[in-house]
Design a protein around this ligand. Structure first.
Ligand code: ZN
Length: 133
């Protein structure tokens, strides 16, 4: 079962400048900044109520966020939905003929399990599934 929107991921070209905008102008607080080597990204999580905004700067022009920005500029990159059981949800999507980027979950920000679903099957939206365990 999907529980909530965990976060909305936004690709930015300069993380410090983006963090400044969200904290100083919008008055939000960053809960943590971390570099996720595997995804070649430096990410800042900003909690807002039950959900978060994830600001992501690429650490490598050849990484997924680097390529995204080169092609489309800054903007919304993905929406992350929180599932109770990520494996079960992946199986459900796969059975429905939806193309998965990650057939098995991997470890994402904060040590959570994540898996990406291809935008082709999701009406043009890159979907990230996440679960705490
Ligand atoms: Zn994310």
């Amino acid at each position: 079962m999907i529980r909530k929107i965990n976060h909305v991921g936004i690709a930015v070209s300069n993380l410090d400048a983006a963090v400044k905008l969200y904290s100083e102008v919008l008055g939000l607080k960053v809960s943590g900044i971390e570099t996720i080597e595997e995804q070649k990204v430096k990410s800042a999580m900003i909690p807002i109520g039950e959900s978060k905004i994830e600001l992501m700067e690429s650490t490598d022009p050849e990484g997924p966020i680097g390529k995204f920005i080169a092609k489309r500029g800054e903007g919304i990159h993905h929406i992350s939905l929180e599932a109770d059981d990520i494996e079960k949800m992946l199986a459900k999507l796969s059975n429905a003929g939806i193309e998965l980027i990650d057939k098995k979950p991997r470890i994402g920000a904060g040590g959570s399990k994540i898996a990406f679903v291809h935008p082709k099957g999701m009406r043009g939206v890159l979907l990230e599934l996440t679960s705490k365990k």
